[in-house]
Write a protein that binds this ligand. Structure first.
Ligand code: SF4
Length: 408
């Protein structure tokens, strides 16, 4: 049930809290890596941990994790960059970085109702790389690989490697599809992680897209700032800026992930004129507390990243153990709205299973509604009435003139 009692504001985290870094973990796990190697994203990719044997060299796994890695090995990929591995708390199985990267046995249990394609994307996929679900925007699936394979991934059917790498011809057909559809004004490039493409390859997608007159903006969904921040080089940021407006949508789920390195990656993008927004996923026992989400929002804003969405977890295969009840997200929002800046309050969204699209949720602040007034309770639980205006016709008389401006 959605709580109606209002929360007490929790004490704020100290503004001066020091961000974590990978330094300690790196010294412990990769003592022989040179600075040049550590800051080279291709070195990180080559040294990613991809199986049980490699993982056990670095982490003393719990029996549940060992069984999880074994039992999911035929189902889902694992892959953890040395950088992300270095953030794992070796002592605590509920470390949020650990929970996002190392499977447990529950992940191997596919429950009834869990879906291979939870967002129904394959039903609206006119080209291999295009998902066209909403009227004015498309998803462009550019790659099937990632720097870290998240245990909560919605697109595991793609990232588990069952699909072929996109060819140049498939990418060309995707771009031609967008050219043929003038209603498409917004292209979200995702995957997999598009920042794992070479700059040349990524630009070979961006460049023709920016030449399509009806494409007004491009978004790129990536976890690279979280899991492989060294990939965000000046050169990459400059290339993105050349194709503005390009928005980067990243995916921090816990304040522990916003390290000094991650913050630098985000700020590098922003400094080059590339706005960065964050979509977090709510996960049980990982970030399912208002205090954690609030701290995440604050640390992101300090890094010039806007908290954009807080997603209810999709009904993806093997994710039941990480899902929260719907009421939990609403309760968290109730602890945020009014208790912190509006910019720190993400939209709480549920992407409806099977392809219904996103809906947003928020606590219900309306107490009574009549023709004359609407009565609300505010964040402190106090009642306030908003009087309705006498005139209710909301037609804009200038709108015909405004809409006709392009025809003149
Ligand atoms: S980075 Fe994104 S696409 Fe890749 S595994 Fe994580 S959630 Fe899935």
């Amino acid at each position: 049930m959605i709580p109606s009692v209002l929360p007490v504001a929790s004490s704020p985290e100290p503004r001066t809290a020091r961000p974590s870094t990978s330094a300690q973990g790196r010294a412990r796990l990769f003592p022989s890596a040179t600075d040049a190697e550590w800051s080279d994203w291709r070195w990180q990719q080559r040294h990613a941990v991809r199986n049980l044997e490699q993982l056990e060299k670095y982490i003393a796994l719990t029996p549940d994790e060992r069984a999880g890695v074994q039992e999911t090995s035929e189902l889902f990929r694992i892959g953890i960059s040395p950088y992300y591995l270095s953030l794992i708390d070796p002592e605590h199985p509920f470390c949020p970085v650990r929970m996002q990267s190392i499977p447990v046995r529950a992940e191997a249990r596919i429950r009834p109702g869990e879906l291979t394609d939870p967002l129904g994307e394959d039903k609206t996929r006119p080209e291999e790389c295009i998902v066209h679900k909403y009227p004015d925007r498309v998803l462009f699936l550019a790659i099937d690989t990632c720097s870290v394979y998240c245990r909560h991934c919605t697109r595991r059917r793609i990232t588990k490697g069952g699909e072929a790498e996109l060819t140049k011809d498939q990418i060309r057909r995707g771009i031609e599809y967008i050219q043929r559809h003038p209603e498409v004004r917004d292209v979200l490039i995702s995957g997999g992680d598009p920042f794992l493409l070479s700059e040349e390859r990524l630009e070979s997608i961006l460049e023709p897209l920016t030449r399509i007159p009806h494409v007004e903006m491009i978004r790129i969904g990536t976890r690279v700032p979280v899991c492989l921040p060294m990939r965000v080089t000046d050169s990459l940021a400059r290339m993105l800026r050349r194709h503005a407006p390009v928005y980067v949508i990243t995916h921090f789920n816990h304040p522990k992930e916003v390290t000094a390195e991650a913050r630098e990656a985000c700020e590098r993008l922003v400094d080059h004129g590339v706005p960065v927004e964050n979509q977090a996923v709510l996960m049980r026992r990982l970030n399912s507390e208002a205090r954690i989400i609030k701290e995440l929002s604050h640390v992101l804003l300090r890094s010039r990243v806007r908290p954009y969405y807080l997603h209810q977890m999709d009904v993806a295969e093997g994710c039941e153990h990480l899902r929260t009840p719907i009421a939990k997200g609403v309760e968290i929002l109730q602890h945020l709205r009014g208790f912190t800046s509006g910019l720190a309050v993400p939209h709480l969204a549920v992407d409806l299973p099977g392809g219904g699209g996103k809906v947003t949720l928020q606590p219900d602040y309306v107490v009574e509604r009549s023709a004359h007034e609407t009565v609300f309770r505010n964040f402190k639980g106090q009642r306030y009435a908003y009087p309705e205006p006498e005139e209710t016709d909301c037609t804009c008389p200038y709108d015909d003139v405004w809409r006709a401006r392009d025809a003149r």
